[in-house]
Design a binder for this molecule. Structure first.
Ligand code: LMR
Length: 333
């Protein structure tokens, strides 16, 4: 009896990240919430292909797309418990981990274009943010791109006042909460897998996302108007449980690092085109009306959302804002 208890305790202690390691082949569960046919979905499948190839089948990667395994909030907990090994959540979803600083990346019109975004994430800011994860037992492996957000509702959103009173789904960031709130709308955090139905039934009136997510989730079929505002950026941090990752045999980890580096280059290289193609496909489908902002309208949005920058200090702290300001050569006030 006593032996059983000791065995059970030992098993429980080592089960957490060790369970996947004890198996042969080593199983890596990679869970995410979007469709396979998106930059992140394709990146995850590319990692699977390369990881299995480079380790000669010693590692098997199981990719679970579309919230099949876990929804937004649950997957982070699952990573800490060791029931999943790799995730790639949007950085807007990191606050429940106790790392609010990632939300600085959600500031409106922070990155003036894709090149600026890429430079920042490859530079000091990207690494600094990953360092923040260490204390949580989580390691950042890579940043994956998914371009800029559009915004939609059942009425045209062209002027800041058009947002008044609208319930807008957001993915988790308090910065996004704030920039919609200053426009007079009512932001609501909701898991990605629930958005389509919430839009369809009117639980929320609108949302923001990138073209590839709008198309693959069919949001364009339940939103009459989409504005190509590109007001904020969507990026992912690919993360692992540190104990699991560091517990891998060194030769295997080297191969997995290589697979991840190549999958990252691949995913980042297709992100812009994937979103352009998705936009073209939705325009062709003709289920919704697309709007562009005139320069004057964009300026009005920027002005209206500007107070988010002052507010952000209290949320994400001065340090990350200073880093971004230096890296991007922008003023944060
Ligand atoms: C969302 O919840 O809107 C996005 O983070 C989904 C994703 O992972 O692209």
């Amino acid at each position: 009896m006593r032996k059983w208890i000791i065995a059970a305790v030992v098993a429980a202690v080592f089960a957490v990240p060790g369970a996947a390691l004890a198996q042969s082949p080593i199983i890596i569960k990679f869970s995410h919430v979007v469709a396979n046919d998106t930059p992140k979905g394709k990146g995850a499948l590319k990692f699977k292909e390369l990881a299995e190839k480079y380790t000669n089948g010693k590692v098997k990667v199981e990719v679970y797309p579309n919230s099949q395994l876990f929804k937004d909030k649950e997957e982070i907990e699952a990573l800490q418990l060791g029931s999943v090994q790799i995730l790639a959540p949007s950085t807007a979803k990191f606050a429940p981990l106790g790392v609010k600083e990632f939300e600085a990346l959600d500031l409106p019109w922070l990155f003036k274009d894709e090149a600026t975004y890429t430079k920042a994430m490859k530079g000091t800011v990207g690494q600094w943010l990953f360092k923040k994860l260490e204390a949580k037992g989580i390691s950042g492996l890579a940043y994956w791109d998914n371009g800029f957000h559009m915004v939609s509702a059942n009425r045209p959103l062209l002027n800041p006042t058009d947002f008044q009173g609208l319930k807008i789904r957001i993915s988790g960031s308090k910065i996004a909460d704030q920039y919609f709130r200053v426009l007079g709308s009512i932001p609501q955090i909701m898991a990605f897998s629930e958005v389509y139905q919430a839009l369809q039934t009117g639980v929320v009136d609108g949302c923001e996302n990138t073209a590839s997510n709008y198309l693959t989730q069919k949001f364009d079929e339940v939103q009459k108007h989409i504005t190509m505002s590109y007001h904020a950026h969507l990026q992912y941090a690919v993360i692992v449980n540190t104990k699991f990752w560091n517990g891998l045999p060194a030769d295997i980890r080297t191969q997995l690092d290589k697979a991840m580096a190549e999958a990252t280059d691949y995913s980042n290289s297709i992100a812009v085109k994937e979103n352009e193609d998705a936009l073209a496909a939705m325009k062709k489908n003709g289920k919704t009306t697309f709007h562009e902002l005139s320069p004057a309208q964009r300026l009005a949005w920027q002005k209206a959302m500007q107070p988010t920058y002052t507010w952000a200090k209290g949320r994400v702290g001065q340090e990350v804002l200073d880093l971004l300001s230096k890296e991007l050569d922008v003023k944060m006030n």
